[in-house]
Design a protein around this ligand. Structure first.
Ligand SMILES: NC(=O)c1ccc[n+]([C@@H]2O[C@H](COP(=O)([O-])OP(=O)(O)OC[C@H]3O[C@@H](n4cnc5c(N)ncnc54)[C@H](O)[C@@H]3O)[C@@H](O)[C@H]2O)c1
Length: 352
């Protein structure tokens, strides 16, 4: 049986590769068209994936009347015009993270979404991991009570990306914050129940990238000198009174090989650690400290694939977006505040 929803992917580099299995496994959607201005990448992906229709101009894919869903996998700075054009041409849109590097671009996308009546989802794949889903269900069931403080970090040792799409602001819109900060920040806000951020104090830094001989375990010496931050830290206050301490880096003298991504959530009833999924509480009547290990929800597929499947299912059944753009707007408002605070040396009050 042919699948009902037809998908076109724009940008067929590294991340598109891990979206294909989700579209293949979805009972609702299949990829029928690809677009990329690089003809070598385009033809290779089309051949490998057996996709019949190819466009070198993304605008031609967006105009294709046979498509229902457009999956945007280009470098960050191209997300906004492509998302807006795709929504305006009546397509549902899944877009890679960050939805856009600035809050204003996300506001423009939300306006286009509301004009079109179509779905818009940010590809925050960590939300679809079995461990994450298990912890989120526990928190939604009240295991922690109100979460009043969180600490989260995504720290890498000698592990910065080496492609220009990540290292130059003209393509990426920012450095470690925009590349990996969005992952841990999205996850933390989601676990906290998406309180509204109200103030941010932050710093950014580039202490290691200019050291002679700097290298990345993912590609040796960067081919160009980045003009974006390698490190950032922030303190965020929310409208609920809750607070968050955030740290991100591509390069840090930190005891990890590759990546250390963690989150602590502290509530009135209990605490939790991700990704170990350990829950902590105290029985004050018996003065006992309680530590329990959450059982994992086994997932059949890799989270990038699951996010594509979840989007196809939501479109097919007319359900809300699994990752709404408003939640990505909060993430980018915090990062924008962090940058402004770093530049001014002051706390920034966010206007939402
Ligand atoms: N969720 C994740 O874990 C994850 C991991 C890596 C990258 N990403 C995101 O995916 C996006 C792409 O990253 P990548 O690693 O695949 O990059 P990439 O450089 O491997 O691939 C990007 C592709 O987009 C094409 N492209 C460039 N400009 C374009 C344009 N204007 N229109 C259409 N195509 C264009 C390039 O030719 C290339 O084939 C970024 O937004 C990045 O943040 C997400």
């Amino acid at each position: 049986m042919s699948k009902i929803l037809k998908v076109g992917i724009i940008g067929v580099g590294g991340i598109a590769r891990v979206h294909f299995p989700g579209w293949k496994d979805s009972p609702y959607a299949e990829v029928v068209a690809l677009a990329d201005p690089d003809p070598v990448a385009l033809n290779r992906a089309a051949q490998e994936q057996g996709v019949p229709v190819r466009y070198e101009r993304p605008a031609d894919l967006i105009a294709d009347p046979d498509l229902d869903i457009i999956d945007i996998c280009t470098p960050n700075m191209y997300h906004m015009p492509l998302v807006v054009a795709a929504l305006d041409s009546g397509k549902h849109v899944l877009c890679e993270k960050p939805l856009a590097p600035t809050p204003d671009e996300i506001r423009a996308m939300i306006e286009a979404r509301d004009r079109s009546g179509k779905l818009l989802m940010t590809a925050q794949h960590f939300r679809f991991d079995g461990k994450t889903q298990a912890l989120k269900a526990e928190i939604d069931n009240g295991a922690l009570g109100t979460v009043y403080h969180a600490r989260s970090w995504m720290l890498r040792r000698a592990a910065m990306p080496t492609r220009p799409g990540f290292l130059l602001r003209q393509h990426s819109g920012g450095g470690a914050c925009i590349d990996i900060g969005v992952h841990i920040l999205d996850l933390t806000l989601w676990m906290m129940g998406n309180p509204k951020p109200v103030t941010v104090t932050g710093v950014t830094g580039n202490k290691l990238v200019n050291q002679p001989g700097v290298f990345s375990i993912w590609g040796g010496r960067p081919p160009i000198t980045p003009d974006v931050e390698e490190f950032a830290a922030a303190f965020v206050r929310f409208d609920t009174g809750a607070t968050l301490i955030l740290e991100v880096s591509w390069l840090l003298h930190h005891n990890t090989t590759g990546e250390d991504m963690q989150m602590w959530l502290y509530g009135e009833r209990g605490g939790a650690h991700w990704p170990s999924n350990e829950l902590l509480s105290t029985n004050y009547a018996t003065q006992q400290l309680l530590n329990t290990q959450l059982q994992l929800t086994p997932t059949r597929m890799e989270p990038h694939a699951l996010e594509c499947m979840a989007f196809a299912e939501a479109v097919y059944h007319g359900q809300p977006s699994p990752v709404p753009a408003e939640q990505s707007l909060d993430v980018l408002s915090i990062l924008d505040g962090l940058y402004r605070s770093a530049a001014s040396g002051r706390e920034i009050v966010l206007t939402m």
